[in-house]
Structures are given as structure tokens and as C-alpha cells.
Write a protein that binds this ligand. Structure first.
Ligand SMILES: Nc1ncnc2c1ncn2[C@@H]1O[C@H](COP(=O)(O)OP(=O)(O)OP(=O)(O)O)[C@@H](O)[C@H]1O
Length: 312
């Protein structure tokens, strides 16, 4: 049997990274992941967002080879993730809750992890244990919700896996502990560049970590690309109500707010400079929308569309 520690994890990492081709995993009731094709840029931090139940955790479990697709292919380094132990030792999935860890102490959990991940850094694990003030003798099930998240983060970070998938890693963490995690992630990533995919509902505070964003909508990829491109997709327009109502009567708005005699609208697809100039020339003010707000508006619009479809 091959000793994974003797093989360089770079072999897999230096070829193509994570690729999904027409992947579906459908549960009873029809929910799940539907016909997803996605290529993740290697050596980048990816954010993954989407409403509750949109399919993010399922997608991460498929990428980690912990769920089998009903159809399609999940490849890492050009190899199906299920078929090669080497690919699996290069992919570290951190779940929101690790049921199999319940009866083990943190010391035991991290000793297992050290055997599984060839790049395991015990020094980093110890450093993070200190920063999070965790006691290695405690069993996972004895930890608070935040403590369990910290244990997951330590596994994900210290694994130094070329592809690390973090499923809502900050659940239960207070603001100062989240800050410690974000800083540790950026510091370690700058020294050991690798690929991270992190799902989160706290978009505002983690937006600066991400280079790429994937927006999952009802089991499909509704957007995948650079964060800047997503931010540039929409803008706020502010002006007098009469002017904006007249100018935008044929436009689909994402959001409308009345501020006395003025109107604030969120409009999509304003990345074209000539269109932006057009609005500015008309005396309309343009300002950026935060990703968190954009996500809220898109989710509300999708929910309204679903309701309309349901009523037909
Ligand atoms: N084992 C399962 N059996 C049946 N349905 C499932 C199973 N796992 C997930 N689902 C359903 O598939 C859909 C996607 O679930 P998933 O956990 O991937 O969503 P999510 O985007 O991670 O949600 P959240 O943000 O709430 O964690 C949901 O409707 C969920 O109920």
C-alpha cells in the first residue's frame, strides 16, 4: 500500500483543481443539487452563498467525495474524487457538525487528522487551540456550539489540504473569535496558498476574504465569478421620485425604498460604463450595494418569483 505521506500533495494540486460536470444529487422530494457544472480556480479563496436549503452543504459533500452524485462527474486533479485515496487526502471537508467526533477528545481528533492529511501542521493546530482557548482534553460533545466550530476550523486550517471546504465555519462563534479565524485564514493562506471554499450567511464581514463567489439558487449555480463582478452587477440609484419613476418605468428593480420625496432603487446589470454615464447625466446618483444587501434582494426576488410561479 502506498504511504500517502511519501507522495507530494502537489502532484494533484498542480494539475487542474476541482471540476464538476453536470452533477446532480436529488433527494426524495426533488431537493438537492441539479445539473451543476463548475470549475474552481485553484489557489484562491472562494465564498459560497445561497438561501437556507439551496444546496451548499450537498455541493461541498459531493466535492469531498462524501456523497455520490446520481449523475455527472466530480473530478479533482482530473481524477474522480471517489476513486482515488490520493485525491481524498488532498481534500479536507469541515462540516457544521462532526457526529463521528462526539466521543473523542480534541487531542484524539487532531491525532486522527494528522494521520489522514499529509500536510498536517501540529504547530498551527496548537497555536489555534491557544487562540481559541480550547482544552485538548475535552470531548467534542462537551464543547459549546462555538467550540465545535473552532475544532472544525482547526482541522481545516491545520490540514493544509490543497482543497479545504469549510461549511459555515463560524456558526456559534462570537465576533472576536470570528475575527481571529478570518485573520488566521488570511495569514496562513498568504504563507501556504491553497484553495478554500467557504459557505457563509455572514457575507458582509467575510466579503473581503473572497476572491470568487458562487451563488447557489435552488440547487443550481446562479452566479460564479470574481467578487468584484458580482458587486458590479447592481447599483443603488437615488434621485427625486418623479425623475426615477419616469426613468425606470420599463426596468426591473431589485429593491425600492422611499425616502421622503426621493427614491432609492436597486437595479441589476449596471456594469456597462455607458449605461452608468447615462444615469449620471440624467442627474441620478449611483452608489454601490454591499454583497450582503445584494444577496438579500436577490433572495427576496427569487422567493417572490417562486410564489408567482406557484400561484399560476
Ligand atoms: N439526506 C437528505 N435527505 C433528504 N433531503 C436532503 C438531505 N440532505 C439535504 N436535503 C435537502 O436538500 C436541500 C439542500 O440541502 P443543503 O443542506 O445542501 O442546503 P444548504 O444550502 O447547505 O442549507 P443551509 O444554508 O440551511 O445549511 C434541502 O432542501 C435539504 O432539505
Amino acid at each position: 500500500m502506498t504511504d500517502l505521506r511519501e507522495e507530494s500533495s502537489e502532484d494533484v494540486h498542480s494539475t487542474t483543481g476541482m471540476e464538476l460536470f453536470r452533477v446532480s444529487r436529488v433527494f426524495r422530494g426533488g431537493q438537492g443539487v441539479h445539473d451543476v457544472s463548475l470549475v474552481l480556480k485553484s489557489q484562491a479563496i472562494h465564498g459560497m452563498i445561497g438561501a437556507n436549503g439551496s444546496g451548499k452543504s450537498t455541493l461541498l459533500a459531493l466535492m469531498a467525495g462524501q456523497q455520490f452524485p446520481d449523475s455527472g462527474q466530480v473530478l479533482y486533479g482530473g481524477i474522480p474524487v471517489h476513486e482515488h485515496a490520493h485525491t481524498l487526502s488532498n481534500i479536507c471537508l469541515v462540516k457544521t457538525h462532526e457526529r463521528s467526533w462526539e466521543n473523542y477528545t480534541l487531542k484524539q481528533i487532531f491525532s486522527f487528522a494528522a494521520l489522514l492529511y499529509p500536510n498536517w501542521d501540529a504547530g498551527l493546530a496548537g497555536e489555534l487551540m491557544d487562540k481559541f482557548q480550547l482544552n485538548a482534553k475535552k470531548k467534542y460533545k462537551q464543547l459549546s456550539r462555538g467550540g465545535q466550530s473552532m475544532a472544525g476550523i482547526i482541522k481545516g486550517m491545520a490540514s493544509r489540504a490543497p482543497l479545504t471546504l469549510l461549511d459555515e465555519p463560524v456558526i456559534g462563534l462570537d465576533a472576536s473569535m470570528r475575527e481571529i479565524f478570518y485573520k488566521a485564514l488570511l495569514a496562513d493562506y498568504s504563507m501556504f496558498p491553497r484553495t478554500f471554499v467557504m459557505t457563509t450567511h455572514l457575507i458582509d464581514e467575510s466579503e473581503n476574504l473572497f476572491e470568487y463567489m458562487t451563488y447557489i439558487k435552488k440547487g443550481n449555480v446562479a452566479y460564479h465569478g470574481p467578487v468584484e463582478d458580482l458587486s458590479a452587477k447592481a447599483s443603488y440609484l437615488t434621485g427625486t421620485s418623479s425623475l426615477l419613476e419616469e426613468l425606470t418605468k420599463d426596468k426591473r428593480t431589485l429593491h425600492v425604498e422611499r425616502l421622503g420625496g426621493r427614491l432609492l432603487l436597486a437595479l441589476e446589470d449596471l456594469s456597462d460604463p455607458s449605461e452608468r454615464k447615462h444615469w449620471l447625466d440624467k442627474g441620478v446618483e449611483l452608489s454601490p450595494i454591499s454583497l450582503q444587501k445584494l444577496f438579500v434582494y436577490m433572495t427576496q426576488r427569487d422567493a417572490a418569483n417562486n410564489e408567482r410561479e406557484g400561484n399560476r
